[in-house]
Design a protein around this ligand. Structure first.
Ligand SMILES: [Zn+2]
Length: 134
């Protein structure tokens, strides 16, 4: 299960940092999830709880924040956000991009020069923003 391995990576990182800080307990964990990351949030939260059950992270408060995607055109260097172009896309397209981020290249092109050759700067993946330990 894909949510499980994402959660495992998060917990491993948290525990590693906590160990380096000689922390006994993890109080709070801030996780950022890209809007373009296809993830079942319920399964992800469940996996986090299960994996951290017997660790110093077990009572930590988990905050999950969503990150809006940002794109950068490889041709003209223009940068834009998902919000900028959202209105031009249909519901189905937004949905498709959300679950299969690679489809972004099918539906999105640079608003400035029209090139479909762009990179996704932000809004993919899952990462740790900060943790609070005791
Ligand atoms: Zn461009």
């Amino acid at each position: 299960m894909h949510e499980w391995s994402l959660a495992e990576a998060v917990v491993e990182t948290v525990l590693k940092i906590a160990k380096e800080e000689n922390a006994e307990k993890i109080i709070e964990v801030d996780i950022v999830v890209g809007v373009l990351q296809s993830i079942d949030m319920e399964a992800f939260r469940f996996a986090l709880t299960e994996i951290s059950r017997d660790t110093p992270m077990k009572d930590a408060k988990i905050n999950i924040e969503f990150e809006e995607p940002t794109f950068k055109c490889r041709v003209c260097g223009n940068e834009w956000s998902f919000t900028d172009i959202k209105n031009k896309l249909g519901e189905d397209e937004i949905e498709a991009i959300h679950f299969i981020p690679d489809l972004a290249h099918t539906f999105i092109s640079c608003p400035k020069c029209g090139s479909p050759d762009f990179e996704i700067l932000r809004g993919r993946g899952v990462y740790l923003r900060s943790i609070k330990v005791a």
